[in-house]
Ligand binder design. Structure first.
Ligand SMILES: [Zn+2]
Length: 245
């Protein structure tokens, strides 16, 4: 019963327009410091011990570190504004393999500035590629953006950037998310949570080390849509171990 409820809340949070259980924001009385009080479904936002985002510090190098196998074969279909972020939905068929398990890519979305940071350094933007296995376990691949020249792939998405909440656009150009990954796929790994309510834990976090390029104009265009920022503050690492190769 609990597990079923958990799945309903998580899936609603991930794939609906975000109106489930309680209204929340990134500032003020419904901001991150208060998420745990807004709804019983959000209690873990305050009480959790393995919350995301984190500052990646003191990572432990492990000798045997399996590569993430990316099998992204479907093009993104639609881009929508859910009031918290801009999300790009991906039709079934694309997946990663981690720990011998396939996790289907459901959607990817963006945060500005970055939510996670590395050795105290934040980036101007971060992309989260959200995957689920057949039992509903989640794995998020995070890609950092560094301010540089225009990102040509992102430009194709930003042409149809939905500027107001609940706006959804069918993508005119095919964009395979594999083209938004850095060449080298080295990564940090830790156990964490959703970074938005209900902040559910048990999420495998895979943060790619190499950032990709984005222009100042592209960051500004996104920031305007999310009312300047949509990043949850850093959460304590606690007893967790962050590993990398
Ligand atoms: Zn995210």
């Amino acid at each position: 019963m609990f597990k079923q409820r958990f799945a309903v809340v998580v899936l609603a949070a991930l794939f609906s327009s975000g109106a489930y259980a309680g209204h929340w924001t990134y500032e003020g009385e419904e901001g991150p410091e208060h998420w745990g009080d807004i709804s019983a479904d959000f209690a873990i936002c305050a009480k959790g011990k393995t919350q995301t985002p984190v500052d990646i510090q003191h990572e432990v190098k492990v000798a045997r570190f399996d590569a993430i196998k990316f099998n992204y074969v479907t093009a993104a279909s639609e881009i929508l504004n859910n009031g918290h972020t801009v999300q790009v939905n991906v039709p079934a068929g694309s997946f990663i393999n981690v720990d011998g398990t396939d996790f289907q890519l459901k959607q990817f979305h963006f945060h500005t500035p970055s939510e996670n940071s590395v050795h105290g350094k934040a980036y101007p933007m971060e992309m989260h590629l959200v995957h689920a296995d057949k039992d509903g376990n989640l794995a998020v691949v995070a890609v950092m953006f560094k301010e540089s020249s225009e990102n040509k792939v992102l430009a194709r998405l930003w042409k149809q950037l939905p500027t107001h909440a609940d706006e959804k656009n069918i993508l005119a150009e095919a964009v395979n998310p594999v083209t938004l990954l850095p060449k080298a796929k080295h990564y940090y790994r830790f156990d964490g949570s959703l970074t938005t309510p209900p902040c559910s834990e048990g999420v495998r976090w895979l943060v790619l080390k190499d950032p990709i390029a984005v222009s100042r104009e592209q960051i500004d265009a996104f920031a305007a849509v999310v009312h300047e920022h949509n990043a949850r503050p850093l959460q304590p690492v606690g007893a967790r171990v962050i590993i990398s190769e």
